[in-house]
Design a protein around this ligand. Structure first.
Ligand code: 5GP
Ligand code: ZN
Length: 113
């Protein structure tokens, strides 16, 4: 997608603090962190969001979670972190390239707002 913000980050056209990359997945620091660890994990393939994902995307959705778990381990925040997919504008989704938020490094209240 030519004008997608996160596709541009994957292509290196917009700078980001990269945390992790593999063939399918890219992870980087959120520009406005809401916790000491706030990392966005995205597929390199452009998909608008969870509700646009299809059966073929099941593996990718699993991969996003496993990359988040790996980063949680590396950051030493396994006593409590959260992975979040905002889905649709009413949830606060503002970037329409699916992204898993990894939030941790502080107490997290429940339920989220
Ligand atoms: P959403 O609200 O769509 O679930 O999450 C989008 C996230 O992307 C937000 O937490 C926002 O801070 C982050 N974000 C928006 N623009 C940029 C950017 O240019 N660079 C980075 N690293 N994060 C961004
Ligand atoms: Zn995209």
């Amino acid at each position: 997608m030519d004008d997608c913000l996160f596709c541009k980050i994957v292509r290196g056209e917009i700078p980001a603090k990269k945390i992790y990359e593999d063939e399918h997945t890219f992870a980087f620091e959120d520009i406005q962190p809401k916790a000491p660890t706030h990392v966005l994990v995205i597929p390199k393939k452009h998909i608008r969001g969870l509700k646009e994902a299809e059966a073929d995307d099941a593996e990718m959705i699993g991969r996003l979670n496993l990359v988040a778990a790996r980063i949680g381990r590396e950051r030493g925040i396994e006593d409590g972190y959260r992975t979040v997919l905002n889905v649709g504008p009413k949830s606060g989704q503002s970037v329409f390239h699916i992204h898993l938020h990894l939030l941790g490094g502080r107490d997290l209240s429940w339920p989220p707002g």
